[in-house]
Design a binder for this molecule. Structure first.
Ligand SMILES: Nc1ncnc2c1ncn2[C@@H]1O[C@H](COP(=O)(O)OP(=O)(O)OP(=O)(O)O)[C@@H](O)[C@H]1O
Length: 251
């Protein structure tokens, strides 16, 4: 097994007297797609907030690419190569699709571009923006106002913006929430395509998506990972069935 790109050890987080993360252990391999599933309130979003720097751990380690990142700012974590999208769509609805992606690209290259000639800078930004537009199949919508697109297209746009930093690890929090069956299938295929060669950690409630998209699945219950394994192993795990999947698959 290759070395993990992200290792989480004995991770704890309390809010006042409420202990929400209770010693999470989890490894993400360099180019695997890894889903985190679990009942409502298990702590999945909190886990993502801790990894991305939006929350500071109470104790424990989060090691990304050999460096401790627990407690670093979201900007610092992002600069190291970890990008995250949120449950709520995070785009600029009044700007065009092209402008949205261009802003993400410019944000990433704020520093480097200072040293380039202006004309060269504009050309590079445009090229990178075009490449991302193509990757998420939004080229034909480049001039469309983002807020006027279908919800699934807005999520595609958001995925492109997440990719602007060329991250090694991508965290996606419920990317299919609120989508129709067709939109879900489309977005799952898109995620599969654009995350090739990178590590993906995804929180998702749609079990069909989870089991078809993931190389491995971790099950979080009351702030602890109770099992990690291939989709087949997780489906067949008695403790998982009892704690979560039994009711989820019966729906
Ligand atoms: N800032 C906070 N202060 C206090 N409690 C919090 C805070 N953030 C989250 N919690 C609590 O932590 C628990 C875990 O919440 P979290 O949103 O991480 O769960 P989840 O697994 O993502 O749930 P869902 O599947 O419903 O999105 C919940 O009981 C929630 O009320």
């Amino acid at each position: 097994m290759s070395q993990p790109i992200l290792s989480i050890r004995k991770l704890r987080k309390s809010f006042g007297s409420a202990e929400i993360m209770r010693g999470v252990e989890l490894d993400l391999l360099p180019s695997e797609r890894h889903a985190v599933i679990g009942p409502n309130g298990a702590g999945k979003s909190t886990l993502f907030h801790l990894i991305s720097g939006n929350l500071t751990p109470t104790s424990g380690d989060i090691i990304f690419d050999g460096q401790r990142i627990g407690g670093k700012s979201p900007e610092a974590v992002n600069r190291l190569g970890l990008a995250r999208s949120f449950q709520i769509t995070n785009i600029f609805p009044r700007l065009s699709v092209f402008e949205n992606i261009r802003l993400a690209v410019m944000g990433q290259h704020r520093m480097q571009y200072v040293f380039w000639k202006l004309i060269d800078r504009d050309r590079r930004i445009r090229e990178e923006t075009d490449k991302l537009l193509e990757l998420v199949r939004l080229k034909a919508k480049a001039t469309t106002i983002a807020g006027e697109m279908a919800y699934s297209e807005q999520r595609s746009l958001e995925i492109a913006m997440t990719l602007a930093s060329n991250p090694k690890v991508i965290l996606l929090d419920e990317p299919m929430a609120g989508m129709s069956h067709e939109e879900t299938l489309y977005t799952a295929a898109l995620i599969q395509e654009v995350t090739k060669g990178r590590a993906l950690m995804i929180v998702e409630h749609d079990m069909d998506v989870v089991f078809s998209l993931s190389d491995r699945v971790s099950v979080l219950v009351y702030g602890e990972v109770i099992a990690t394994g291939t989709p087949a192993e997780i489906r067949g795990n008695a403790a998982v069935k009892e704690a979560y999947l039994g009711e989820e698959l019966a729906q």
